[in-house]
Every structure is written in structure tokens, then in C-alpha cells.
Design a protein around this ligand. Structure first.
Ligand code: A3P
Length: 299
């Protein structure tokens, strides 16, 4: 093996155990310090790479589907024949890194990494990042459910307990606040584009048009219609290549659905008034000075 990609094999990968990499927790089962180090220092970003970056549970696979459909000019056959994790691999996972390196250009690559752990070569490239952000209260609720079905994650315990861990950033990928503040630091750079989950929900077609403009991609009306139709919650739920129904059951408990509800404001069904106030309090403190207004800020 090349010296930079040599990873000593790990004796045992443990379910539900986390390791720390530069202060951030990662589940041992699908991540390794070695792969993270390789991603950060050795991964060769290409100028025509497009990165689908999110804090987990913010609409990653939705954006992945939109970007796949845009790349194939609205033709759904790629999305219907290749699993999403191969179309736009999560390059910080052990297997995703291998896949990302093998995929042909122009590559789509997904990532939940905070900006300080991202491939250094990105910052010297013309590659593009699309950053999708979601109301963190909905992220919390979505993650709470996901943690109960995704075996590499620890059981989240009570929502009250999990809320505190989330607010502290004591969850895989670290703090939502740090993630958002870190990536939003690229605002204004021409290779950075951000959009919210809520905007996608409210106006998918308009959002797709904006994404196309950012990517320098022109789709005709029919292709646009097809992107919108095939990236709908219902279409994605039915598509085996997008709904994780083919994921191994030792990774994902298939009794629940990855595409769970697909709405905004589900937090209102789960958080008590005092939990919501507690959240607002930390939110205000942690988001202070960030010069952006999100759709949920004035609700
Ligand atoms: P819920 O758990 O609130 O339903 P990620 O892909 O980052 O893990 O995010 C998963 C969340 O995005 C889930 O939220 C999922 O239902 C939602 N989602 C995925 N595809 C969607 C779509 N086409 N429309 C709306 N929501 C979608």
C-alpha cells in the first residue's frame, strides 16, 4: 500500500463504542482515526468535486438525491439502480473513503465533518460545497429517533438526557452550533452555497433552480420537473436505492424508517415548553454574532 493510505488493521470494531478524534466523537463501527487522518491530510480533492455537507439529520440524503438527479439531467435511472451511499459516499467513513477515491469524476461526495476536519486540499481547490442546515430542534428529534435504529450509535436514553448531550455537543460529529458556525464562515466564498431544509420543503423547485445556478448547470423544464418529482419524500421513500431498505440489518434496524416524517416543526410534538426554552437559551448564546437569519429564527 502507499504509505499515506496505509492503515494498520484494527483488532475489533465495536458496536456502540465511540472514539475521539481531535475532540469529536465518532462511532467505532464505521469510522477509524486512520481514515479520518487520511481524509484530512491526504485526500485529493478535484476541482469538479461537489460536496454535500451537513450536520447529521439535516437533509443529507435529500440533498444527495437532488444532486444525483441534477447530475443526470433529471434522468432517475442512476438513483434507481445505485444506492445513495455509492452515488455520493460519506468520505469520512472507512468504506466511503475507498468508494470516493474510486468513483469517476465529476464526483459527488457527502460529509458530516466539521470544517476543521475536512480535507485540507479542498481549501486550495475549486471544488464546491453545498451546506444544508435545518432547525436544530428538528435535528435533535430526528437524531433521537435515528439513534434508536442506527446500531453504531449509543442508545440515546431519555429525550431529556439526550437534549443535554446534544446541546453540549456530546454526540457523534460534535456540536451542531460549532458545525454551523464553522461552515458558515465560508459564506461569501464563491465555491460555497448554503440552503435550509425548510427552504427545500417550502419551494423544492425554486431551490433546485438555485442549486443549478450555483453548479453552473442548466436543466430544461422537463428535467426540472423530474428532479422535483423524484426527490419528493414519497418518491424517495419508495426508492430502495434511497430509503436504506437494502442497508445491512446489523447496521440499521429496519423496523423503523430512515425517511421518518420529512416535515418541519416535529419538535413541537416532542419537546416540552421548558425543554424548548432551555434550547432557545443555549441557541441564543451559542449563535450570538452569527450574521445570518434562518427561517426558524423568527418563529
Ligand atoms: P425526519 O427524521 O425528521 O423525518 P439526513 O439525511 O441528514 O440523515 O436527514 C434525515 C431527515 O431528512 C429525516 O427527517 C428524513 O425524513 C428527512 N428527509 C429525507 N428525505 C426527505 C425528503 N425528500 N423530503 C423531506 N424530508 C426528507
Amino acid at each position: 500500500p502507499h504509505s499515506h493510505s496505509y492503515c494498520p488493521s484494527r483488532s475489533a470494531r465495536m458496536f456502540k463504542e465511540y472514539f475521539q478524534y481531535k475532540g469529536i466523537s465518532f462511532p467505532e463501527f464505521i469510522y477509524s482515526p486512520c481514515a479520518l487522518q487520511t481524509v484530512e491530510n491526504d485526500f485529493q480533492v478535484l476541482d469538479d468535486d461537489v460536496f454535500n455537507v451537513t450536520y447529521q439529520k439535516s437533509g443529507t440524503v435529500w440533498m444527495l438525491e437532488i444532486l444525483s438527479l441534477i447530475q443526470s439531467n433529471g434522468d432517475p435511472s442512476w438513483c434507481q439502480t445505485v444506492p445513495n451511499w455509492d452515488r455520493a459516499p460519506w468520505y469520512e467513513t472507512v468504506l466511503g473513503l475507498r468508494r470516493a477515491r474510486r468513483n469517476h469524476s465529476p464526483r459527488l461526495i457527502s460529509s458530516h465533518l466539521p470544517i476543521q476536519l475536512f480535507a485540507k486540499s479542498f481549501f486550495k481547490s475549486k471544488a464546491k460545497v453545498i451546506y444544508t442546515i435545518r432547525n436544530p430542534k428538528d435535528v435533535l428529534v430526528s437524531l433521537y429517533h435515528f439513534a434508536q435504529m442506527f446500531h453504531p450509535f449509543k442508545d440515546p436514553g431519555s429525550l431529556d438526557q439526550f437534549l443535554e448531550e446534544f446541546l453540549k455537543g456530546d454526540v457523534p460529529f460534535g456540536s451542531w452550533f460549532d458545525h454551523v458556525r464553522g461552515w458558515m464562515g465560508l459564506q461569501g466564498h464563491e465555491n460555497f452555497f448554503y440552503i435550509t431544509y425548510e427552504e427545500l420543503l417550502q419551494d423544492l423547485r425554486g431551490s433546485v433552480e438555485r442549486i443549478c445556478r450555483f453548479l453552473g448547470k442548466q436543466l430544461d423544464e422537463q428535467a426540472l420537473d423530474s428532479v422535483v418529482a423524484n426527490a419528493s419524500f414519497q418518491a424517495m421513500r419508495k426508492n430502495k436505492m434511497s430509503n436504506f431498505s437494502t442497508a445491512p440489518s446489523f447496521i440499521l434496524n429496519k423496523n423503523s424508517s430512515f425517511l421518518r416524517k420529512g416535515i418541519s416543526g416535529d419538535w413541537k410534538n416532542h419537546l416540552t415548553a421548558s425543554q424548548s426554552e432551555r434550547f432557545d437559551c443555549v441557541y441564543q448564546e451559542r449563535m450570538q454574532g452569527l450574521d445570518v437569519t434562518f427561517p426558524w429564527d423568527n418563529q
